[in-house]
Structures are given as C-alpha cells and as structure tokens.
Design a protein around this ligand. Structure first.
Ligand code: BEZ
Length: 220
C-alpha cells in the first residue's frame, strides 16, 4: 500500500525545463499569499529545503540571509519553500533570530499539499517521500527558468556559488557572451563559438585572446 502511494505521488511531479516559462503558482507564505507573477520584472531565486528545525537547513537559512543584501543589489528576490506549515516556519525563523541572531528577511512557502514542490519536481522519492531536496531555481525578469541546482539532503549549498551563478547569468545576458569554468566577475569571458567557416576566420582578426578558432576569450 505504501509503495502504491509512493508511485501515485511520483506521477504528480513534473520537471520544469530551462529556457521555458517557470510553472505558475499561488502559495501561502510567511509574508502572506504570493504568486509567481508577483516577481515579474525582477530576478527570483526559488529554493527548497527539506524541513524546518533541522541543522543543515538552519545553516543554509543563515547563509541565504547573509547573501540577501548582495542579491538585492543585483535585483534578485529570494523565496524559500518546504513541506511544513506556516506556523512551523514562523517558529523556526523566530528561533533562528533568538538563538543565532539572524533575521530571515525573505518569505517562505508553506507547501503542505506539495503543490509547488510537485510543479517543480522538488521531491526525490529515492531520498525522501515527505521532504523536498535542496533545489534552487533561478527565474529571470520575464519569468523564464534560467538555471536549476539540485543538492541532496545531506549537503548544504554554497552561497557564493549561487551569487556567482547570478553574476554569470546577468553578465552573459548583458554582453551576449558565455562564462568559462570557475569564472568570477572581472575575469575574461568566452566569445560564443562561430557557426560558419567565415565567422571562424573573422574572429581570429577581432583582437580576442584566442587559443584556437573555437576558444576565444575577451575582457569586458
Ligand atoms: C538537515 O537539514 O540537517 C537535514 C535535513 C534532512 C535530512 C538530513 C539533514
């Protein structure tokens, strides 16, 4: 019977796709009812955590609170989610402030019926059927899903990597370039690869730093 319930639950889940409109939702949060469309015009990070009052999640919440100011400077809003009640969220956030001196400035969805979790494929039944994994979804100001990160229950996420991802997305959008492995703001970017022989010839004359015709970097 338990196995049957598990299979039915799995069928309800869909996986969002990069480059497509992010699934719309309306949800109860610690700051009132929020809809995805409320974030039109700004970047949004929607992230899930497994459960309130758990140690790794607590360190992550402090981490998200710490980068909140940097995200705001970049025009990015934060929205958390777990399969817990709004009362549990409120109690946990009050506890984090009281015991750790960190105020949580962003809203958190109380997704007790897993509606949003199922829309975004946040539950990995192989890990847990009752908790969301550590997911991060980045939406651009047009509501297009631009990046997804999935981490297991036991590994806390790297806040600097999340900031780096935002910097990379915003830089590539602004300058029509790509970013290499381990790129950080201020470092050279990648010129997108040429699609024709003529473009391959031409780019060698553009003054880029080219290792070969397909691997050229430039400074912004
Ligand atoms: C934690 O946040 O510490 C945690 C939550 C679920 C599973 C394992 C760890």
């Amino acid at each position: 019977m338990e196995e049957k319930i598990g299979i039915e639950e799995e069928k309800k889940q869909t996986m969002p796709r990069l480059g497509e409109p992010a699934p719309a939702f309306e949800a109860v949060t610690t700051q009132g009812v929020i809809r995805l469309e409320d974030f039109k015009g700004s970047w949004l990070i929607l992230f899930s955590h497994p459960a309130d009052f758990t140690p790794v999640c607590t360190t992550e919440f402090m981490g998200f609170a710490e980068i909140h100011g940097e995200l705001q400077k970049r025009g990015v809003e934060l929205l958390g989610l777990s399969i817990d009640s709004v009362y549990s969220h409120i109690a946990w956030m009050r506890n984090i402030e009281e015991k750790m001196g960190v105020k949580i400035p962003f809203p958190v969805i109380a997704d007790l019926n897993k509606e949003v979790a199922n829309l975004y494929g946040m539950v990995m039944p192989g890990e847990s059927k009752t908790e969301t994994s550590r997911c991060v979804f980045v939406m651009d100001p047009e509501g297009i899903l631009r990046a997804m990160i999935y981490y297991p229950l036991t590994t806390g996420r790297n806040m600097q990597e999340i900031l780096r991802l935002i910097d990379a997305l915003q830089t590539t959008d602004k300058h029509q370039v790509a970013t290499p492995a381990n790129w950080k703001p201020g470092e050279p970017v990648i010129v997108p690869p040429p699609n024709t022989q003529e473009m391959a010839e031409q780019r060698l004359k553009e003054g880029y730093e080219c290792t070969d015709w397909y691997l050229c970097r430039k400074n912004l």
